[in-house]
Design a protein around this ligand. Structure first.
Ligand code: IPE
Ligand code: IPE
Ligand code: MG
Length: 233
């Protein structure tokens, strides 16, 4: 069995609200603890030699929540971006973004752009923050980018055209997608790129996630038999 480290891992960080509710706390407290878990897992992934880590932090559907909860999450994102530079520098971690940035509050857009610019030269792991991200939205935006960029002689798209207009065309498809809090659905995460991703579902709530849980997911991935529709002899 080859102990291959996946190049790209995506995480649907779910269960912050339930974690809080079970302790008689407000949902926002769960998001605060969820942020701490994100920091632990970024470090764990970087130490393992993961090249790309996509963190699903806020979906295009999460705007349905109360304005208090949405503002709290946006505030946390901003705080995270502002405070992580030293950590990123030390660990050579580069910040990237996936989603529709134009739909984010201007303050967050500014911090995201600053963080991406300041870390652009870092050669370690790349952390892709998926905020106001939806897989369907990304595909629609990709098709529209294609239409805007294409000349009159090219009016039919193929898979390569779609890939080339996704949010981060240089990043390989995720090898592994992790979902915490025991839910068996994609909730609109990396629909195009996840076609052949291995899926790992954990019952633990995101705020409870430790380095060992991430390592267990990687070990489980290493036991998978990836066939991509073919046959392995
Ligand atoms: C994940 O936790 C964080 C976001 C979706 C922003 P939830 O807030 O969805 O927590 P649950 O699923 O309600 O427990
Ligand atoms: C998915 O979790 C989105 C993020 C983790 C950012 P949700 O809590 O929004 O998903 P559903 O509503 O359970 O499908
Ligand atoms: Mg949830």
């Amino acid at each position: 069995m080859d102990k291959i480290i996946p190049a790209h891992v995506g995480i649907i960080m779910d269960g912050n609200g339930r974690w809080a509710a079970r302790r008689g706390l407000v949902r926002t407290q769960g998001h605060l603890e969820g942020l701490k878990a994100s920091k632990r897992i970024v470090k764990a992934a970087s130490d393992l030699g993961i090249k790309y880590l996509t963190l699903y932090a806020f979906s295009t559907e999460n705007w349905k929540r109360t304005s208090e909860e949405v503002s709290f999450i946006m505030g946390l994102v901003k705080k995270y971006l502002k405070s992580e530079f030293e950590f990123s520098k030390k660990n050579k971690i580069r910040t990237r973004y996936a989603g529709d940035m134009a739909g984010l509050p201007p303050g967050i857009q500014k911090e995201l752009k600053t963080s991406m610019a300041e870390t652009a030269g870092f050669t370690g792991m790349q952390v892709i923050l998926a905020i106001n991200y939806g897989g369907r939205d990304e595909i629609v935006r990709a098709v529209n980018k294609f239409i805007l960029a294409s000349s009159a002689d090219k009016q039919v798209l193929n898979e390569k055209d779609i890939c080339a207009h996704l949010d981060n065309p240089d990043i390989p498809d995720p090898d592994l997608i992790i979902r915490t809090a025991g839910e068996y659905r994609t909730s609109n995460f990396l629909l195009w790129q996840g076609a052949y991703s291995e899926i790992y579902i954990s019952d633990k709530m995101w705020p409870e996630w430790e380095k060992e849980d991430f390592e267990a997911a990687i070990t489980a991935f290493q036991k998978r038999d990836r066939r991509y529709g073919g046959i392995k002899t």
